[in-house]
Design a protein around this ligand. Structure first.
Ligand SMILES: [Zn+2]
Length: 310
């Protein structure tokens, strides 16, 4: 009867998280009470973190981060990939991008290696995968040390779901891929920033400040590898553009279709937004899930909110 809301619980090594869907609107969220244990509530004294190495620094990463079920982490170049300690996805991995704790810039080669790490961890999952990056606490990163997060789920996130479904409708109505039409329309125009084979455009209807999108000719995470070089080079150029515009905080998401379903005409795309950064020492509660996937990750179960009445 009470088919207004759908709740699905998922067990992890660190407690449970839930997928919740409002069936009236189709909107979704995730609730991960275990993430309150990350120690993010106390105000941060400083973004520099003093002189102590963090758990993502080379001194600690190989002994203090989780390992995959075979006891390993994935190391590609400087990047190190391992399971997220506080997951909110069926597969949820972290890729530490640089050995340096707080580098002045992250280079294209380092981004490329990190993408290979994400792909290696998510390939073969079959689900809806994305590679994501919150840069700086004011963009929602709980760790200053540069890192990406890869997730894969049985169902798409809100934004991925809309993009995939509408791309497939477009294809079945017109016989053309939305990606091809968009590239044709935008190429050489005022929003075309650079790139021919892998074009980067300022998005016509931005989701956030200075949104830039790259449109890939492939669909799933398993097909991404040959494109990582060009993609990483382009991401590096977008980050330089942001720095020149005075933005240091940003979010990124690379949206893919699920590998275990037929090709309906969707193609993967990578989106970046700059974050306006009034308080660099503060940690924002809006990160890639809220801003890019349009699917909030919250900490408190609605059934527990009433406990705060007393
Ligand atoms: Zn560090």
């Amino acid at each position: 009867m009470d088919e207004l809301f759908q709740i699905e619980e998922y067990q992890t090594d660190n407690g449970v998280f839930q997928y919740r869907r409002d069936l009236l609107t189709g909107l979704q969220c995730r609730i991960a009470p275990g993430r309150t244990h990350r120690g993010i509530d106390p105000p941060r004294a400083s973004v520099s973190d003093g002189d102590l190495p963090c758990v993502f620094c080379p001194e600690r990463i190989f002994t203090e981060t989780p390992v995959f079920s075979d006891g390993t982490r994935i190391t590609i170049g400087e990047s190190v990939t391992f399971p997220n300690l506080y997951p909110f996805g069926r597969s949820h991995v972290v890729t530490v991008i640089t050995a340096s704790h707080n580098p002045p810039e992250v280079l294209a080669g380092q981004i490329e290696d990190a993408l290979y790490g994400q792909i290696a961890a998510l390939s073969g999952d079959g689900g809806y995968a994305s590679c994501n990056w919150n840069s700086l606490p004011s963009a929602g990163a709980s760790m200053l040390h540069p890192h990406m997060q890869g997730i894969a789920d049985a169902l798409p996130t809100v934004h991925a779901g809309i993009a995939i479904e509408r791309s497939e409708n477009f294809f079945s109505k017109t016989g053309r891929m939305c990606r091809d039409c968009l590239v044709e329309q935008e190429m050489g125009g005022p929003r075309h920033l650079f790139g021919e084979e892998l074009p980067f455009f300022a998005h016509a209807v931005p989701l956030g400040e200075k949104e830039v999108r790259a449109y890939l000719p492939v669909r799933t995470v398993d097909e991404l590898e040959p494109w990582c070089g060009l993609l990483a080079e382009g991401i590096g150029r977008v980050l330089s553009l942001y720095r020149r515009a005075g933005h240091y905080a940003f979010n990124m998401a690379l949206f893919c279709d699920a590998a275990n379903r037929p090709d309906g005409g969707f193609r993967a795309f990578c989106s970046l937004i700059a974050r306006i950064n009034p308080g660099p020492a503060a940690m924002s509660d809006s990160a890639f899930m809220e801003r890019m996937h349009l699917e909030p990750v919250v900490l408190t179960l609605p059934e527990d909110v009433g406990n705060f009445l007393q």
